[in-house]
Structure formats: structure tokens, C-alpha cells
Write a protein that binds this ligand. Structure first.
Ligand SMILES: [Zn+2]
Ligand SMILES: [Zn+2]
Length: 252
């Protein structure tokens, strides 16, 4: 019945799906907390923000991965099949929290977002499935926030930047742990270096949100200026440019 009410409300024109309540959670958080997959799907299809954070810095995935089982008001399924199979689960587990989290991740929720305790949704997943989730949803490069990470820095072993950024910036220190870089490795076949345009806005927002935490301020300023220049040169996405301009100002 709750599902019908929500479905009706969402069918109204100008409905606002991202209003935050006193705990800074959006309706999407509530749908996840209540394990309502049907409502969650409706909210996502109505443009619910997948990267909204609650007062503890959690995104919807932090909540979803802790749920045993969601219930579904509609017979859905097919779009979940890919994920439970990839995770090596049984069909009966198709509505478990990790599978639902994959659905949200496919819709661009970030599995690598750290909450206020420094935990990402991946950290909260049962250890058997962590590597599979990382394969399905690789983190984005700390420098550009657009491409998947591909370069392993040595000796620290951190895999936090893409090949293009490594080649263009030639960083002397690891952007994550700040240890000097002595060497690096790249996979034999660079996979999926170029992501679709639609990921760009999402990732640029990530730069504004949190990547800078890993850097000393002066380094980040140089990097962002450098990135802005590159984006300026290609100048094909003014919205992205504005977002970067914002994050650049924000760093001062
Ligand atoms: Zn990059
Ligand atoms: Zn490192």
C-alpha cells in the first residue's frame, strides 16, 4: 500500500524527490532503510540523487550493503540477474543488499565514497565479495576523476590514477600516501580508458566533493589548474568547466 501511495505521489508533476529531512536523508535513503526495492526503483527513475550523503557521510550504498534482503513490489528481476550471477550468488539471493547495491552502483552511486568514519561501501561488504565488486565498479582516477584507475604506483602499491594522468602529470609522489614514486606498472591491455561523456559530470563532482582530501593544498591547486587548462583546451563541455571552476575556487 505504501508503494501505491509513493507511486501516486511520484506521478504528480513537479514532484521533488531529493528533499532532505532533519537527518539529512533523502527519500532514497528511506527506501533503502525500509528495504523497499520497488520504491527505490521508482525514485531512481524519477531522478533521485545517487550521490547524496547523510549526516554521517554515508551514501545510499553504505546503507544498502548492510541489508539482508529487500522486498520487491513489482516482479522485476532481469536487470538484477547480471549482478547476482557475477557475484556467484543463488537466484534466491537476488534481492540481497549487495545485489541491490550493484543496481544502485550501475545507476552511478559510488562504491568508493568514504563516510565520516573513513569507510567505503566496499569496506562494509562481506569480504568474499569485495574483489568482485571492485571489478564491477572500479574506482575513478584521483586526479581527473573521470577515468578508471589503471596505473599501480611502486613501491607503495597504490592504484589510484589513470594512465593518461600519469603520463601527463608525471607525479613524483603518490597522490594518496605521498610516498615517492620509484616505478609503476600498467596492465598489458589498457581497458576502458575512455568513459562515456555522461560520467564526466558525476566525476567532476567527485573532485569537488572529496578527492582533494588526499592532497596537500598546493599540489591540488596546481593539478586542478592543470586539469582546467586541459579541459579548457578541449572546451567541449561548458557545464563540466563550470563545475571545475567551482572546485578550483573552493580550494582556495
Ligand atoms: Zn586520470
Ligand atoms: Zn601510495
Amino acid at each position: 500500500q505504501r508503494y501505491d501511495v509513493v507511486a501516486f505521489l511520484l506521478s504528480q508533476p513537479d514532484v521533488e524527490v531529493n528533499t532532505k529531512n532533519i537527518k539529512e536523508t533523502t527519500p532514497l535513503f528511506d527506501a533503502v532503510s525500509l528495504s523497499h526495492f520497488g520504491i527505490l526503483q521508482k525514485l531512481v527513475s524519477h531522478g533521485a540523487e545517487l550521490d547524496a550523503l547523510d549526516a554521517d557521510g554515508n551514501n545510499c550504498l553504505h546503507l544498502a550493503v548492510k541489508k539482508d534482503k529487500f522486498h520487491s513490489e513489482e516482479e522485476t528481476g532481469e536487470h538484477l540477474d547480471y549482478f547476482w550471477k557475477r557475484l556467484g550468488l543463488e537466484k534466491e539471493e537476488k534481492l540481497c543488499g549487495t545485489v541491490i547495491a550493484c543496481y544502485l552502483g550501475r545507476s552511478k552511486a559510488n562504491f568508493h565514497q568514504k563516510n565520516n568514519s573513513g569507510k567505503t561501501p566496499v569496506d562494509l561488504i562481506e569480504s568474499d565479495y569485495q574483489e568482485k565488486i571492485k571489478e564491477l565498479f572500479p574506482p575513478f582516477c584521483l586526479l581527473c576523476g573521470v577515468k578508471e584507475v589503471s596505473v599501480t604506483l611502486l613501491p607503495c602499491g597504490d592504484k589510484v590514477i589513470c594512465r593518461k594522468c600519469y603520463e601527463e602529470n608525471q607525479p613524483r609522489d603518490c597522490p594518496k600516501c605521498e610516498k615517492p614514486i620509484k616505478n609503476f606498472t600498467v596492465p598489458a591491455t589498457p581497458k576502458a580508458e575512455d568513459k562515456e561523456e555522461k560520467q564526466v559530470a558525476h566525476s567532476a563532482r567527485k573532485i569537488a566533493d572529496g578527492s582533494n582530501r588526499f592532497y596537500k593544498l598546493e599540489k591540488m591547486t596546481d593539478l586542478i589548474r592543470n586539469q582546467m587548462q586541459q579541459f579548457h583546451n578541449t572546451a567541449n563541455n561548458s557545464r563540466l568547466h563550470n563545475r571545475l571552476a567551482f572546485s578550483w575556487k573552493w580550494n582556495y
